[in-house]
Design a protein around this ligand. Sequence first.
Ligand SMILES: NC(=O)c1ccc[n+]([C@@H]2O[C@H](COP(=O)([O-])OP(=O)(O)OC[C@H]3O[C@@H](n4cnc5c(N)ncnc54)[C@H](OP(=O)(O)O)[C@@H]3O)[C@@H](O)[C@H]2O)c1
Length: 327
Amino acid sequence: MTLPVVAKLYANKTKIERFSLSSCLHNYYFRPMKDARLRIAVTGSSGQLGQELQWLAPLYPDMEFTFFSKQDWDIAIESVNELQLSTSQLNVVINCAAYTNVEKAEDDFESASATNSKGPGYLATACKKHGALLIHISTDYVFDGHQHVPYIEEDSVNPMNMYGLSKLHGEQAVDAATNRYYTIRTSWLYSRYGHNFYNTMLRLADERESLRVVDDQIASPTYAKFLAEDILHLIRLKLLDFRPIPFGVYHYTQLGETSWFGFAQEIMRINQKTIQLEAVRSAEFPTKAKRPQYSKLSTRKWEEYTSIALRTWQEGVEACRLSSSSN
Ligand SMILES: NC(=O)c1ccc[n+]([C@@H]2O[C@H](COP(=O)([O-])OP(=O)(O)OC[C@H]3O[C@@H](n4cnc5c(N)ncnc54)[C@H](OP(=O)(O)O)[C@@H]3O)[C@@H](O)[C@H]2O)c1
């Protein structure tokens, strides 16, 4: 179909038809050339989420990835963000960099803030200046956990610990610096890589005969590989398929909710470990950093705008087991 024919068709259409026709035209004329791939940088690439993205990268031929560990791209140094963005012609930055030691953050708020608050602000400023979309990751710990129903994006934030506070400041810094961003709040992230609850449970199952696990904190465990896949899916939908997915904050977890005790039970069951588990109250495990009692995040907004189907948290545990055993 030639352009004048399309233009005539366009003029004769209803408003809704015109909208979808104009999307088609936009897709046609602004589609990247066959060999032009989306240029994506991943910061904090040695962490759990960063490593899952590295594993997935070869499966996405329409995307060209560069992975940066903290040594290569320290987001807490303002000039490094500007330098990386000004020299790389990036379409997207996925910020997996974070100070994630919740206990240590109580005593070292300055370090937590440098990476979790100031860093995302510097990054967002550089992204805006150089026209890159920023995907930033945040946490359920921005909420105080006093609710009894899943938190939606608009619910009031009130972090209970310094890590949560530093992450909240990071969200705010991103929002102040750019409007082309997705901040994705997630919870209880785990994968086969790194220090996390899943790996700790399996290690302890081999070392001990019994284990006491907290059963009065509720949220949804999130398998980092599922999150990584769905971040790439979101980028594809937004930048290659031009789907109208509004920028802003989204909640992303797997479906369902459980306690740390329930999560531990499932990890043991799926991995056929026979260790004895005992459910205990948080008060029996005093920690410096307070944790929210209930921080299940509602994923309705994510599902509505992206139509990316979410899996259950139990499917995540099973997928993690399969992925660990395939290595
Ligand atoms: N883990 C969870 O349960 C959880 C829950 C909710 C949300 N999140 C969020 O999800 C995201 C990914 O978490 P994750 O579990 O993958 O974290 P992770 O495994 O701790 O990885 C974070 C990575 O960031 C790097 N890093 C630290 N400071 C940096 C800096 N200034 N510049 C660049 N890189 C830096 C770390 O390097 P070093 O190791 O060398 O310091 C590490 O490789 C984070 O935003 C986190 O806040 C995590």
